[in-house]
Design a protein around this ligand. Structure first.
Ligand code: SF4
Ligand code: SF4
Ligand code: SF4
Length: 318
């Protein structure tokens, strides 16, 4: 049987909240019984993009993780309240609205995706827009409203779904033991770390970006990733598992001793100090303090002549 599955792509989501608004539009002020009673206007969020951040200034990245009921096959909610939750044969999990007048039901979802409707006094959640799907709709309102197709519904056999998971590298948002039907693409933006740094060298007394330089990432003296610096002399290595522990960066530039920098990956991504290759063969590399990177970033952001900048903006406004 073709069953409900959902893909959420973290790389595409920009946190526009259209999905949440579409869900509100569909359910606030509308009773879709027996699927669900109407959604509370404020507070309740059956689908919610949440902002997450990686890195430290001057380099940070923002990713939105959109969560809704995961329509789990091994659902803790249904285990705890077997009379309240209804698992449909197409995989969608519904709440029996007549039996949901217990506020404790909200705590049965480890993803925090059950809402308490204060107005009606009942627990509610995403229905997968079952009332629409049963009437021939190909996708729920939130999916239809996503301008970047960061959400995608897939109705297929479970065996085919397994192939899609493998091909697209989909991951569950937690450990997968609840067997969620919602899977995430590019989840590393949320649950893995990166290391970033910048390399430069002295050229006739002027600091130049070390462009096209080979950079290795090592764990226990074993190279686990290799990259080269870009036109700004910057390198970036992603998808490092959290709590990897001690790691090392090695950078190689002709005519200079390699730069070697130890660091540690715990829960957060690491932005390394700017590093300068030494003055020549045999001379040690110079590790510049982080403030240096800050200054460089600020130099680019703040116009040196504020008055001239203001004047230029005024000219542009005319
Ligand atoms: S996400 Fe929460 S509410 Fe939805 S099926 Fe899983 S445990 Fe139940
Ligand atoms: S599938 Fe329907 S009920 Fe679920 S979050 Fe999307 S719009 Fe809301
Ligand atoms: S509508 Fe799409 S892009 Fe916008 S927040 Fe929702 S999932 Fe992200």
């Amino acid at each position: 049987m073709r069953k409900f599955h959902m893909i959420v792509d973290l790389e595409k989501c920009v946190g526009c909240f259209n999905c949440m608004l579409a869900c509100k539009d569909e359910h606030v002020g509308n009773k879709w019984l027996p699927y669900t009673d109407e959604q509370q206007k404020h507070e309740n969020k059956w689908i919610c993009p949440t902002m997450t951040e990686r890195g430290v200034a001057p380099y940070t990245e923002v990713t939105y993780v959109t969560k809704m009921c995961q329509h789990c096959d091994n659902a803790p909610c249904a285990k705890k309240y077997p009379d309240v939750f209804i698992k449909r044969s197409d995989g969608l999990m519904l709440i029996d609205y007549k039996r949901a007048a217990d506020k404790n039901i909200v705590d049965a979802c480890p993803y925090g995706m059950i809402s308490w409707n204060e107005d009606l006094g009942c627990a509610q959640k995403c229905t997968g827009c079952a009332h629409l799907i049963d009437n021939g709709w190909k996708e729920p309102r939130c999916v239809q409203a996503c301008p970047l197709r960061a959400l995608q519904t897939v109705f297929c056999e479970d065996a085919e779904w397994e192939k899609i998971i493998e091909k697209q590298g989909l991951k569950p948002i937690t450990d997968g033991s609840n067997k969620p039907r919602v899977m995430y693409k590019n989840l590393y933006f949320y649950n893995k770390c990166f290391v970033k740094g910048a390399l430069c060298f002295d050229k006739d007394g002027i600091e130049e970006a070390a462009v096209g330089v080979k950079v290795e990432l090592l764990v226990n003296k074993t190279v686990v990733a290799t990259t080269t610096t870009d036109f700004l002399g910057e390198f970036y290595i992603d998808m490092i598992p959290k709590n990897t522990g001690d790691m090392q960066i090695k950078a190689y530039m002709d005519g200079y001793d390699p730069i070697v920098k130890d660091f540690e990956i715990k829960e957060e991504s690491v932005v390394l100090d700017a590093m300068k290759f030494g003055g020549g063969e045999g001379k040690p590399a110079v590790i510049l303090p982080n403030e240096h990177a800050y200054e460089q970033a600020l130099d680019h952001m703040i116009p040196k002549d504020v008055e001239a900048a203001k004047k230029a903006f005024k000219e542009a406004d005319k």
